[in-house]
Design a protein around this ligand. Structure first.
Ligand SMILES: *Cc1c(COP(=O)(O)O)cnc(C)c1O
Length: 468
């Protein structure tokens, strides 16, 4: 809104009106920020007042399926399309239903971090990852040496493919893999002046690897580059990486956040501002990266979220904290059961005390707004675990095939327990070498424990393992 003088009185009228609206919104936002995590998750920015004045009293946020917005006159159209007033204009760029979800996620991911945040919701987790990394992978000057980024190799299979094929093979961007992401020294050896960002997934799917978030953020910032982390498996109920300095947090909303399993979606949440050495004329790039992506690259590339999917996610998200508490406690019981089973030679679960990365995860994964009676938050470790079945790979397949209650699906984060064999599903394309490096042997079954009574789940696993 720099050169207001250039606009006609009609356009200026709309800008004035928008200022009043934005001032009111700012006050409302300040009030919402004082609420507890569960209250924000349940209500977000949607108020009784908005329901009564605009939506016929609808208790639940309305679903706007319209692909575009109409304007009162040409002045309002001009103001809106120049981004001078808040508008949603066209669902590829923005949509009122998606907007409710974006605000809830921004607020939850920023909860008690001491930072302001902004959020962009996308069609899938993969498009959130693409939207987050691409703006940094641009040439800054002619004759520049090959650019690179440094990433943990323990990634979701789709992310590994995206980085190694789309970025490395097709675009010639060097991806420098870190094999032990908990080891900060390994990261240090991979960074140079052409490194654009550091990328981690923690806890990683399916290997349950973890990183020292604060140390990595500090390291990235010492090079004036951002630290991007995919925190899908933790959700903001267990971990808010922005509190430790992370610049951008990615979620596949498809997973634990939409545990009901009815929608695909992704989210990119950024701290305001982010650390970056990229020169970009738009001040939003640094000041509010998620909004920058939304208004520019996302508008031009089109990975827009679908409003019904946004509403499904929003509705599931309301009970995120209590649900993650439940499934984490169930997972702990199942992991302990599997650890004792004679047919199982290894269980990877961050909540097991003998798990090598337990201490590191313990530092970061805590149930928000919980209390152990001594004023500390309670540790919870999410619902992703994996176990390895004794003997040749056929044994793992047999156990898998004999599951009766647990669904066989390449799915994760469900309220129903689901299991998969990553070597023949999510991690099939990347080949044996990469699987070995990422420690995904064919004996490994990934299990995501849901909200069933855990005794029924352990009984199902027991009968399947005893079929060997
Ligand atoms: C599933 C997943 C993704 C990809 O999300 P989609 O919504 O399937 O595109 C990214 N990261 C992690 C950790 C995932 O589990």
């Amino acid at each position: 809104m720099d050169n207001e003088q250039e606009y006609s009185p009609g356009v200026l009228k709309y800008i004035e009106e928008a200022k009043k609206f934005l001032d009111k919104k700012k006050e409302h936002l300040a009030r919402v920020k004082k609420l507890k995590f569960d209250t924000i998750a349940v209500h977000g920015l949607y108020t009784v007042e908005e329901a009564l004045n605009q939506n016929q009293g609808a208790v639940i946020e309305p679903l706007y399926l319209s692909s575009s917005q109409a304007y009162r006159d040409s002045d309002e159209l001009e103001a809106a399309l120049s981004y001078l007033i808040p508008t949603w204009c066209y669902t590829r760029i923005a949509n009122p239903t998606t907007y409710y979800l974006e605000w809830v996620l921004a607020l939850l991911e920023g909860y008690q971090t001491g930072s302001d945040t902004s959020c962009l919701v996308t069609a899938s987790g993969m498009s959130a990852i693409m939207s987050a990394v691409d703006p940094f992978l641009v040439k800054q000057k002619e004759g520049e040496e090959k650019i690179n980024f440094v990433s943990s190799i323990q990634l979701y299979g789709g992310t590994f493919q995206h980085f190694s094929i789309r970025k490395m093979q097709e675009r010639g961007i060097e991806v420098r893999w870190v094999e032990h992401q908990e080891d900060i020294e390994e990261w240090k050896t991979k960074i140079d002046e052409n490194t654009r960002f550091l990328y981690s997934e923690a806890p990683s799917n399916p290997q349950q690897s973890f990183c020292d978030i604060k140390a990595l953020a500090d390291l990235a910032h010492s090079w004036e580059i951002p630290f991007i982390i995919d925190s899908t498996c933790a959700t903001p109920a267990l971990m808010r990486p922005i509190a430790y300095g992370a610049d951008i947090v990615i979620h596949s909303l498809t997973k634990s956040i939409t545990s009901g399993g009815l929608a695909i979606g992704g989210a990119l949440v950024s701290r305001k501002p982010i650390v970056t050495n990229i020169k970009n004329d738009d001040p939003l790039f640094k000041e509010s990266f998620a909004e920058y992506v939304k208004f520019l690259p996302y508008r031009d590339t089109g990975p827009a979220a679908s409003p019904p999917n946004a509403l499904f996610a929003l509705n599931d998200l309301r009970t995120l904290r209590s649900k993650i508490d439940l499934v984490s406690q169930n997972s702990q019981k199942v992991a302990e059961f599997l650890s004792q089973h004679p047919r199982v030679y290894q269980v990877d679960y961050l909540g097991l005390e003998n798990y090598p990365l337990h201490i590191l995860a313990k530092k970061y994964m805590k149930l928000v707004d919980s209390d152990d009676g001594k004023g500390n938050e309670v540790n919870r470790y999410g619902h992703l675990l994996s176990f390895r079945v004794d003997g040749p790979p056929e044994n793992a397949r047999k156990v898998f095939d004999n599951l009766k209650i647990i669904f066989r699906a390449t799915d994760l984060g469900r309220i129903k327990s689901v299991a998969t064999i990553p070597a023949i599903s999510t991690h099939l394309q990347q080949g044996e070498d990469a699987r070995e490096k990422a420690d995904v042997p064919p004996q490994l079954i990934r299990l995501c424990v849901g909200g069933e009574n855990p005794d029924d789940i352990t009984a199902d696993l027991d009968q399947a393992l005893n079929s060997l």
